[in-house]
Design a protein around this ligand. Structure first.
Ligand code: COA
Length: 176
């Protein structure tokens, strides 16, 4: 087994440089066909507006943001939406799992999942929910022990280059 070349950490604030690197990751993923709320081509301005909103949520403690960095910079990220309705304080949504194409298939996605679950526990969360494009790379990542497939909503969203895709909803209970 090779030693990971990245390190993971939670960011509690985002400066302009970090936001810029997150913009690069998002644009790279959308250009690669990832269905993550945006259409291709994703302009820098649109990506910047998205990450600035995320930065506000992170600063307010409404979101937990994890990033992975290697010698070339930021290569992966995932978020937990901590701020939930008052009757669901124990839940978080796992969102925007993004790994740059150059860093894929080395275990980084799985490492981000483990780190997100640990962070969720640290935040007192006992239930995680997420959705992912059906039958894609991400769905395989989530279909691991512990994550339960709820079901599929067909024709839920457009792929970045057009064409409808289904989404599959998963949850995980963080026991113990
Ligand atoms: C989904 C995504 C996050 C996965 O990231 P990743 O870093 O490639 O994930 P991993 O490396 O942990 O696992 C991916 C695959 O590589 C394999 N793998 C892991 N380490 C490996 C290694 N050292 N050598 C060879 N293969 C390896 C895994 O077994 C897995 O195999 P699978 O495709 O058969 O399931 C990434 O593809 C991505 O960012 N996609 C675009 C954005 C997206 O769709 N996000 C999800 C939104 S819901």
């Amino acid at each position: 087994m090779t030693t990971p070349t990245w390190f993971l950490r939670r960011l509690h604030a985002l400066d302009d440089r970090k936001i810029d690197e997150l913009v690069d990751v998002l644009i790279d993923c959308v250009a690669g066909g990832a269905s993550v709320s945006f259409m291709h081509p994703l302009t820098r301005d649109r990506a910047l507006a998205f990450w600035r909103r995320v930065a506000q949520g992170v600063a307010a403690g409404e979101r937990a943001l994890l990033v992975a960095e290697d010698s070339q910079g930021l290569c992966g990220t995932v978020q937990l939406v901590l701020n939930q309705p008052e009757n669901q304080p124990h839940r978080a949504d796992l969102a925007k799992m993004l790994v740059r194409r150059r860093s894929r298939r080395q275990g980084l996605g799985a490492a981000l999942m483990r780190a997100a679950e640990t962070t969720a526990r640290e935040c007192g969360k006992t239930l995680l929910v997420l959705d992912a494009v059906s039958d894609g790379d991400a769905a395989r990542l989530y279909e691991r022990p512990g994550w339960v497939r709820v079901g599929e909503i067909p024709d839920y969203a457009l792929l970045p280059q057009g064409g409808l895709c289904g989404t599959t909803v998963y949850y995980r209970q963080l026991g113990g």
